[in-house]
Design a binder for this molecule. Structure first.
Ligand SMILES: *Cc1c(COP(=O)(O)O)cnc(C)c1O
Length: 399
């Protein structure tokens, strides 16, 4: 049966303390107990429904976590203060000194930097590979490998991971397949394809209003319990806790995610087709020319399309910078990193979000200087946007 993530979110029902249509926000860092015994049991994690301290859990964080677990089809989830605050504890929970990670080489710059520069200090080594080649992935697995890490749609090159194929490898070698699904919420449901753990930066499409950072880990009850363990849990002890006021606001934004994703996808798809027809080197998973178009199609849920992210290559960094500045002047979007906003956002990843990746490695993975990454907005009149963007390109001699 088809997986319907938006239904799963909508089927949850929470009321506020006084019958409010939104759940009440518990605006407290600490909680009182009538009996000292219950306080002890709660600390040990043995008193369901009781709260002790808001780094451990809070009603608002549990509501948001439950909604995101429903969206991804996992037993449960834990929300965190940022996407990196979700990714780093997962790696550290699953790996210790001597362990090994096999990771896609085209991942978010912060994740890349963490695996490349930080975890080796703790004795965790990572091999970065081309995730689209399963034979190369398999060849990189060693007896010490614990984690297979990828993004369902990669940042910034929009490579698509074959999650079923990777999951088969993970099962064969007893690894955990961790998928960052930030670029494709609702469109792709990695758990249904065999992933073990899904992480998101809530900062992007899921929250969608560019007013906060946030993250989530969706997984089994056992994993989330381990992450939250007061004695040994990486999420608990590293302390990247989301604030209750913020999780309540992210939950309200999550209510409209399905509508926003449809509009982001529709607009991006329109622009990608037009730009490609104009002769620009355009990368969008919805284009038949995308090497993984068929794969994305085979993995996607109905309705939500191929997402809001696309790239064009305008040849040189000077062209890219001039075009981005001109588009911003014409109010077609903002020269800004991040994604999932109502407004189109654009940046040149080589010199910004992927600048952690050394230049020669950027070249090797096809990340060229003239690449512009777009997070296409919710424009009500995308034909007008297209015409105005094209005008900018003509004025600059790019088209
Ligand atoms: C932004 C991003 C992250 C990091 O999330 P933060 O909320 O900035 O910590 C991780 N993965 C992907 C794919 C991202 O786009």
């Amino acid at each position: 049966m088809a997986f319907k993530p938006a239904n799963h979110i909508q089927d949850l029902q929470y009321f506020g303390e006084f019958g409010g249509v939104n759940p009440s926000i518990s605006d407290s860092s600490t909680y009182t107990f009538l009996s000292a015994k219950t306080m002890f049991d709660t600390f040990e994690g043995n008193a369901d429904g009781c709260y002790l301290y808001s780094r451990h859990s809070s009603p608002s964080n549990l509501y948001l976590g439950e909604a995101l677990a429903a969206m991804e089809g996992t037993e449960t989830a834990t929300v965190t203060a940022s996407g990196m605050g979700a990714i780093t504890p997962v790696i550290l929970q699953l790996c210790g000194a001597g362990d090994h990670v096999v990771s896609s080489r085209t991942i978010y710059g912060g994740t890349y930097a963490f695996l490349k520069n930080f975890t080796p200090r703790l004795g965790i080594e990572t091999t970065f590979i081309d995730i689209t080649k399963l034979d190369i992935v398999e060849a990189a697995i060693t007896p010490n490998t614990k984690v297979l890490y990828c993004e369902s749609v990669s940042n910034p090159l929009l490579e698509v991971a074959d999650i079923k194929g990777l999951s088969n490898l993970a099962k064969k070698y007893n690894l955990k397949l961790v998928v960052d699904n930030t670029f494709s919420p609702l469109s792709i449901s990695p758990i249904t394809l065999g992933a073990d753990i899904v992480v998101h930066s809530l900062t992007k499409f899921i929250n969608g209003s560019s007013d906060t950072v946030g993250g989530v880990v969706c997984g089994t009850q056992e994993l989330i319990d381990n992450l939250r363990n007061v004695n040994s849990g990486a999420a608990m002890l590293l302390g990247a806790t989301m604030d209750s006021l913020r999780s309540a606001s992210v939950l309200k934004n999550l209510r409209t995610l399905h509508i926003r994703m449809m509009q982001h996808s529709q607009n991006a798809s329109y622009l990608a087709e037009k730009f490609e027809n104009d002769g620009l080197k355009t990368v969008y998973p919805g284009l038949a020319s995308h090497p993984s178009h068929g794969l994305f199609k085979s993995m996607m849920n109905d309705k939500y399309g191929f997402g809001g992210m696309m790239t064009i290559d305008v040849g040189t960094i000077d062209n890219a910078n001039a075009l981005m500045e001109m588009m911003q002047e014409h109010n077609l979007g903002y020269l800004a990193v991040s994604l999932g906003f109502y407004k189109t956002l654009f940046s040149a990843p080589g010199s910004s979000t992927s600048s952690e990746i050394p230049e020669d490695e950027q070249k090797e993975m096809g990340l060229s200087d003239g690449l512009i990454r777009f997070s296409i907005g919710l424009d009500a009149d995308i034909e007008r946007t297209y015409k105005m963007m094209k005008d900018c390109m003509v004025q600059l001699g790019i088209l």
